[in-house]
Design a protein around this ligand. Structure first.
Ligand code: LLP
Length: 411
């Protein structure tokens, strides 16, 4: 179900014509749909119902406090990777018992804070980190639940820059190393090894890589059962992708759910998921204004007021985010059209079309599917303030994080 729709040539998000907002609010701004967010979370929950997983929304994909509070109300936990994200999750009211903490470089301060807050799991990514967790747990006089992140050396078949499960990636430990750690479990008096976790990458569109992971983990679990390790949880991470254009299909969550159902039965563990993009990716757009049109011999540049600092995915990963006009007209200009931002980098370009409708300076457009890794990857490059974030709920809207004051950057 998609909450972004044209009605009579006007682009609507839920019950609001976006052009109405664009006329009132300084562009560029991020615009989210609460209906879409709720739909996505509830749908994920429904598809995996037979597994009763703990769903820990991946805060790195969108760390807006209001959105996370809304997800909390729907029953979400949180997957965090820094003390900052952990504090946001707690502030949103998420119970520490539903928070997992991953990351290859957790500092003493971060581990200490996570221990004091009694979170569900610290997912450790190296032996050195485990030694450190044990030491900090001892100082706190607490036995701490820990998961070990496994790097299964399985390709997620996705963009190389967002692939994490190959042996040359920095994430997790090999199964052999994990086995060694479990063999030496009694060296770590202040750790309870309760889980293994895995996350092989993001924007994965096929079920097959996940199937390979499940098979590998089942084999591994058999092995560790033999040395007396009986896991309470297996954390399967996130990574399920979303379509970024009309010709792409949805990820087959139902098929994945069936596989995980069998996996859970065989392994007799509780399942944790850490979805980010599949929950919030299509819940947001970036609304922007055409500043100039620039015709060259070969192409027409549409220079908009949003830039790579507001959405870096096209520049960083070559990602294609479709751009819609907020008002459709019936024209079709037969010239290669490239949408670019004002930042002084050639990579500050969004997407090109062979044909596009006629646009004028001052018209509004929106860049789609920016709910995940849009605002959370934004920067102040070129001394550009962070854009406002607005949330639509049916026929109402609200600023959920105001535009950053330019003055705060002039110091
Ligand atoms: N769990 C772990 C341990 C992760 O590293 C990630 C994402 C997730 C869960 C959530 O993955 P998701 O369900 O969103 O695919 N900035 C990139 C994506 C980087 C993903 C990093 N890790 C992008 O814009 O495509």
């Amino acid at each position: 179900m998609n909450f972004l729709k044209f009605k009579n040539k006007k682009l609507f998000y839920e019950n609001i014509a976006i052009s109405k907002l664009a006329n009132k609010i300084k562009t560029p701004f991020y615009l989210y749909s609460l209906g879409q967010l709720k739909f996505n979370f509830n749908n994920f929950k429904k598809v995996f119902k037979k597994i009763s997983p703990i769903i820990c929304f991946s805060v790195k994909s969108n760390s807006n406090l209001k959105l996370i509070s809304e997800l909390k109300k729907l029953g979400s936990g949180a997957d965090v990777v820094s003390i900052g994200e952990l504090k946001i999750a707690l502030k949103a009211g998420i119970s520490p018992k539903k928070i997992v903490f991953s990351g290859v470089g957790k500092t003493e301060e971060e581990i200490d804070f996570a221990i004091k807050k009694k979170i569900l799991l610290i997912n450790a990514e190296s032996e050195a980190e485990i030694i450190n967790i044990n030491r900090i747990a001892k100082k706190n006089n607490k036995v701490v639940p820990v998961g070990i992140r496994i790097n299964p050396n399985i390709s997620g078949k996705t963009n190389k820059k967002i692939s994490t499960g190959n042996k040359d990636n920095k994430f997790g430990v090999s199964m052999n190393t994990c086995l060694q750690i479990f063999n030496n479990q009694y060296d770590y008096e202040f750790i309870k090894f309760e889980a293994i976790s895995v996350h092989i990458g993001s924007q994965i569109m096929e079920v097959n890589p996940f199937k390979k992971v499940l098979n590998a983990l089942s084999e591994f679990n058999k092995k560790i059962n033999q040395i007396g390790i009986n896991l309470k949880y297996i954390d399967l991470g996130g990574g399920t992708g979303i379509p970024y254009s009309d010709d792409e299909k949805n990820f087959n969550l139902e098929k994945y759910s069936d596989l995980v159902f069998n996996f859970k039965k065989i392994n007799n563990v509780e399942i944790i998921f850490e979805p980010g993009r599949s929950i919030c990716g299509n819940t947001g757009i970036l609304v922007s204004k055409v500043i100039y049109l620039k015709d060259t011999l070969k192409k027409k540049f549409v220079i908009i007021d949003a830039a790579m600092n507001d959405l870096i995915r096209p520049a960083l990963y070559g990602a294609k985010h479709q751009i819609h006009p907020l008002l459709k007209n019936n024209s079709n200009i037969n010239k290669y059209t490239e949408f670019v931002g004002p930042v002084c980098e050639s990579s500050d370009t969004f997407i090109s079309y062979n044909k596009y409708q006629k646009l004028n300076e001052g018209d509004y457009v929106c860049i789609n599917n920016i709910g995940a890794y849009g605002r959370s990857l934004a920067s102040n490059y070129n001394t550009r303030p962070y854009c406002a974030e607005i949330l639509i709920n049916k026929n109402k809207y609200k600023v959920i994080r105001p535009r950053q004051k330019l003055e705060s950057l002039i110091n």
